[in-house]
Every structure is written in structure tokens, then in C-alpha cells.
Design a protein around this ligand. Sequence first.
Ligand code: NAG
Ligand code: NAG
Ligand code: NAG
Ligand code: NAG
Ligand code: NAG
Length: 351
Amino acid sequence: MQLSAVVFILLLLSSAATLSNAHNITRLLAKHPAFSTFNHYLTITHLAAEINRRTTITVCAVDNAAMSELLSKHPSIHTIKNILSLHVLLDYFGAKKLHQITNGTALAATMFQATGSAPGSAGFVNITDMKGGKVALGPEDNGGSLDVYFVKSLEEVPYNISVIQISKLIVLDYTNGDYGLEDNLDGGLTVFCPLDDPFKAFLPRFKNLTAAGKTSFLEFFGVPVYQSLSTLKSNNGLMNTLATDGANKFDFTVQNDGEDVTLKTKSTTAKITGTLIDEQPVAVYTINKVLLPKELFKAEAPTPAPAHAQRKPQMHQNPVRVRTCLQHHQTHQQMHQLTTQLIKQLMKMLV
Ligand SMILES: *[C@@H]1O[C@H](CO)[C@@H](O)[C@H](O)[C@H]1NC(C)=O
Ligand SMILES: *[C@@H]1O[C@H](CO)[C@@H](O)[C@H](O)[C@H]1NC(C)=O
Ligand SMILES: *[C@@H]1O[C@H](CO)[C@@H](O)[C@H](O)[C@H]1NC(C)=O
Ligand SMILES: *[C@@H]1O[C@H](CO)[C@@H](O)[C@H](O)[C@H]1NC(C)=O
Ligand SMILES: *[C@@H]1O[C@H](CO)[C@@H](O)[C@H](O)[C@H]1NC(C)=O
């Protein structure tokens, strides 16, 4: 374990021992519906619990529109956690203090840094009083341009916690346009393909969906990151999909069940039954059931898997060509379109 991780854990233990849960960020933000997405992700990344354990902190929140912009890039939960942890400053900045920063500029340590995820010295946020009383924020290494602004104070519990709105997310934009965080480097694609029998049985209901519903439904089976079977086994938890977009979560939970890996939504649990392709950066697995996203199938009763669902899928046509194609189109947008095509193609073969 890294030293920073040890220090962090000690900090957590000591603060947990001495402090009561005096504030609850989830509850504080719940008073502001325009920040519900930000609030939701604080919870699912478990940052909310860390925030509640600490005092003398500032949470820089962004509204749902700003969160949608981030989510449209289909970041993993791990990336979202890194980004949001940069928005928790380990000092108390109420509106008044922000406008009275000594010498007009300061660097604030953040939770991103405290968790040891930050490469080098990254993870400080620069706060600068601009002319005209505007307060700007940005990464420490901002090359002279700070383009995120303090908008307003949302909640102040001096000097335990301050929650402020900022105009957009503070992004650590290193070299390649992504967030410069480790998990974004792998990229790739994972597709979970239902076997033919369950999908055939499901087809009338698929045809019943609206055009937008059909697209979201297909994209729901793709995850914008390469996941080997062993990664899936060791990385249980919530998984965003290509259909994840702002309030439309379209996510599922990956969970081990003995030696099996299952994918779960509210109404369905599907099991991975085979591997069609596993070559970085693409993996395609078969699943024994049509996983139903709760966004499209609200009050579904769980349905048992057909007994013959284990049959080997008849899938041999074009995976290699599709794979080569994918390797040459690594941007998310293109990946997104190609996946939709790939999934449609796979589905066609199965019908
Ligand atoms: C601030 O936190 C301390 C320690 O948890 C707590 O005792 C105190 O009541 C809190 N103050 C407010 C105003 O909530
Ligand atoms: C914080 O508030 C939320 C919503 O009211 C609640 O679900 C959660 O259990 C609370 N957390 C703590 C630590 O009290
Ligand atoms: C403010 O500027 C003065 C003079 O440059 C310097 O001595 C002092 O340390 C600065 N204070 C802070 C808090 O940066
Ligand atoms: C914050 O960024 C501004 C603009 O790049 C810079 O002038 C200032 O020195 C930085 N402040 C600190 C404390 O590094
Ligand atoms: C298709 O939708 C209609 C209208 O909502 C509904 O009555 C019908 O049962 C649906 N068919 C299937 C197969 O789900």
C-alpha cells in the first residue's frame, strides 16, 4: 500500500473516532433539485460518506446540465469518483472567505489528492479573486487560464461544511483530451450479448419499443471499456453503459455468484455463459437472459431462464472484421456508433 493511502486511512479512522455525523451532504444537496445528479453520484461513488466524516470542507457542486455533459462521455464510475473528489476542497470556503482570499489567490488541497489517486502534485485547486469580484477556480496547473467560476453559495454550516455552486466541472486536462486519469487510458469496449433463444422470445417486446427505446436498449448491452472476465470477477459493482446519459442511468450491477458472473437490474439477473471475443480492446460475452433496463421495463416480474439457454450460440460470422474496425476507431463517439451497429448486427444474426 502506498504511504498516502496509509495516511488517508489513518485520517479516516481518527476523524471517524472523534467526530459525529454532524452534517449529511446527501440531505443538504437534496434541498436543491438542480443538483440531483451531482448528489446521486456523490452517493454511488461513496464520496458522500467520506464528506460526512470530515469537517472544514467545501463541496463545489455543479448543476444537472453540467453533469449531463460529463456523463455523455460515458466515464466509468471510477473516473467520475476521481473527478468529483477534485471538487471536495479540504478547507472551508464560504462565500465571504472566497471573496477575501489573502493576496487574491490560493491553492486548496482536495479529496482527490488525499485519496492518493492524483499523479504527482495534481489535485490542488487554484482559487483566484478576479477583477470585478468574480472568483475563478481551476486546476493548480492551469496555464494562466481559469474558466470555472463561483456562482453562489448553496449551504453554509460554518466551519464544518460549505456547499457552493460552480459554473462547470474542474477538469484535469493533461495531454490527450481525456481526464488524465488512469482508467480512461484503457478504453475499449465490452458487449454482453443475450443468447438466441431468450432473445427470440423477447423480440415482440423489443419491436414494441419506440425508436429511441430500441437504441437505448441495444446500447445498454455495451460498456465503453474493455473488461476481461477476470476484471469483471474482481470488479463487482455498478456499471454504466453506452446508454447511460444524465438522468437516464441505464446501468446494471456486476456481481459474482460462485464461479459465475451475473449482471443484475431491478427485474432481471443474467449470467455470463460464454466468451465470443476476448482480445483487448474488445470483449463480447454471451448472457443467458435478456437483461431488462429498469428505465424501459418498469414493473417487470423476474422471469426464469429457459432451460436450454446454455446452448452454444450460433455466432461465427463477422466478429473479426468488426473487431478490426473497432480497433481503428477509438474515439468514444465513433465507438458508440460502431457498437450500436455491432450489437444490431449481432442481434440480426440471432433472430
Ligand atoms: C460541526 O461539527 C462538529 C463535530 O462533528 C459538531 O459537534 C458540530 O455540532 C457541528 N456544527 C454544526 C453547526 O453542525
Ligand atoms: C444522509 O441522508 C440520506 C438521505 O436523507 C440518508 O439516506 C443517509 O442514510 C444519511 N446518512 C447518514 C450517515 O446519516
Ligand atoms: C501574501 O503576499 C506576501 C507578499 O508577497 C507574502 O509574504 C505572504 O506570504 C502572502 N500570503 C499568503 C497567504 O500567500
Ligand atoms: C492561480 O492561477 C493563476 C492564473 O494562472 C496564477 O496567476 C496564480 O499564481 C495561481 N495561484 C497560485 C496560488 O498558484
Ligand atoms: C405492446 O404494447 C402494447 C401497448 O402498450 C401492449 O398492449 C402490448 O401488450 C405490448 N406487447 C408486448 C408483446 O409487450
